[in-house]
Design a protein around this ligand. Structure first.
Ligand SMILES: [Zn+2]
Length: 152
């Protein structure tokens, strides 16, 4: 997998979709994960599409032929009919579901300015990372808006 698919994985997590991102894995292992976990494989590897389990439909896979991550994301959104119902509910690093935290719980964990100005927080139970709706969040929201726009 390359950096572009990595960006795609983060965007899918922003939308709240359960997204596993694997590197340094061979095709057999990848197909195995698809089978066992019922995942759709997003890949840039044409060889995977020719495998019997994939070609026969036992494992669903989508070949991302475009190099541009935004074009990849638009295609995944359209073909898998993704929506924004669960956006910002997963850790972008771990794919874990975030837990709501109140101000007092995060006081020692966020910068003072953030603590003074933000009221809603979420925390990843795995890596401990805290998310809040600051400027970075605004930026991510704009990206998602541009990616989910219906093209006419
Ligand atoms: Zn995390």
């Amino acid at each position: 997998m390359d950096a572009n698919v990595g960006r795609l994985a983060r965007w899918l997590r922003m939308l709240g979709y359960d997204t596993a991102f694997v590197r340094d894995i061979d095709d057999d292992e990848l197909i195995d994960i698809g089978l066992k976990e019922g995942r759709v494989l997003l890949t840039r590897d044409t060889q995977i599409m020719l495998r019997r389990t994939v070609a026969g439909g036992a494992v669903k896979a989508m070949l991302l032929s475009n190099d541009d991550p935004k074009a990849q994301m638009r295609r995944v959104i359209a073909e898998m009919k993704l929506d924004r119902m669960d956006e910002f509910t997963r850790c972008l690093e771990c794919n874990e579901r975030l837990i709501a935290r109140n101000k007092d719980e995060v006081e020692s964990l966020v910068p003072p300015y953030v603590y003074r100005t933000q009221y809603q927080y979420q925390q990843c139970p795995v890596c401990g990372r805290i998310y809040w709706r600051g400027t970075h969040w605004e930026h991510m929201k704009q990206i998602l808006e541009s990616l989910t726009e219906v093209e006419r």
